[in-house]
Design a protein around this ligand. Structure first.
Ligand SMILES: NC(=O)c1ccc[n+]([C@@H]2O[C@H](COP(=O)([O-])OP(=O)(O)OC[C@H]3O[C@@H](n4cnc5c(N)ncnc54)[C@H](O)[C@@H]3O)[C@@H](O)[C@H]2O)c1
Length: 263
């Protein structure tokens, strides 16, 4: 049976697991035991074949152990990485560890499992469009070995977690772009998705910040997104219908970034 790995089973992760899991084996991973049990219980009760593993994406050893567990559960069909922390949940250093380093560690570990037809989808954010980044820093974010990645952002936006989040998510998009080559060498694809404001526990929390509320107020499609908006796109990206799509980012934000760029 082919394997679907979902790392981070909050709002988006659980919706993606439900969309992708039917007829496959699901391996769910999260650092929050209650969240992991709740998602696994819900999906198991609905007939899905579910395995779980507690892990922290910012911990190299834990990511390696997850990849090793996955190796024994079946050939990798799809990997979805949604684990992340937002500026109202964590300080800048932790945002870099989870959102930036976590992406790098997971892509590095799972490329070893990739085979013809495997797809990795990494959730970034529209926030990645909100920060100017020098060409030099972009190169570093895209190509430094994971072990040196935190050095590239050390001290940047130390007391500005909003900006650290934007930079970490820009880094996520760049990491995915660069990963297209090693994944393609195995006949596999990798893409990122950059959501706008989505109604999950994280999204509802962020909505309390005036900057995020202003983005939502100016959203051309005049609504908050929901987890189905994301899961439907992830399902397409992971399908053979998107077989020529790799190394790129898909923004799903109701036009929020377009509105900002258009002034
Ligand atoms: N909700 C939004 O409005 C929004 C918008 C843009 C981008 N995003 C991004 O989408 C992704 C999913 O967010 P969500 O809205 O589903 O949030 P969520 O809080 O509902 O789910 C995130 C999950 O990740 C887990 N997690 C956090 N840190 C982890 C770690 N170190 N290791 C393993 N698991 C960890 C949490 O326990 C949680 O279950 C995140 O990367 C987030 O930054 C969210």
């Amino acid at each position: 049976m082919e394997l679907i790995v979902v790392i981070g089973v909050g709002g988006m992760g659980t919706a993606c697991a439900r969309r992708l899991g039917s007829g496959h084996r699901l391996l769910l991973a999260d650092c929050d035991a209650k969240q992991l049990q709740s998602a696994a219980g819900e999906l198991s009760a609905d007939g899905f074949d579910v395995r779980t593993q507690m892990m922290d994406v910012s911990d190299r050893e834990a990511v390696a152990q997850l990849a090793e567990a996955a190796r024994h559960l079946g050939p990798l069909r799809t990997l979805v990485l949604t684990a992340g922390v937002s500026p109202l949940m964590a300080g800048s250093a932790r945002i870099y560890e989870v959102d930036l380093l976590g992406t790098a560690l997971v892509l590095d570990a799972f490329v070893e499992l990739a085979r013809a037809g495997s797809v990795a989808v990494v959730i970034a954010s529209m926030a990645g469009s909100f920060i100017p980044v020098s060409a030099e820093l972009e190169r570093a974010l895209a190509s430094l070995p994971a072990a040196q990645l935190l050095d590239a952002v050390a001290g940047l936006h130390r007391d500005e977690p909003q900006l650290a989040y934007c930079l970490a998510k820009r880094g996520t998009q760049l990491r995915v772009q660069a990963a297209a080559l090693p994944w393609a060498a195995r006949g596999a694809r990798v893409v990122s998705v950059s959501p706008g404001l989505i109604a999950t526990p994280m999204g509802r929390l962020e909505q309390s910040s005036p900057e995020v509320a202003a983005v939502l107020a100016n959203c051309p499609l005049k609504r908050i997104g929901n987890t189905e908006d994301i899961a439907a796109a992830v399902q397409w990206l992971a399908s053979p219908a998107a077989g020529y799509v790799t190394g790129t980012d898909l923004r799903i934000d109701g036009g929020s970034v377009a509105a900002l760029l258009a002034g």
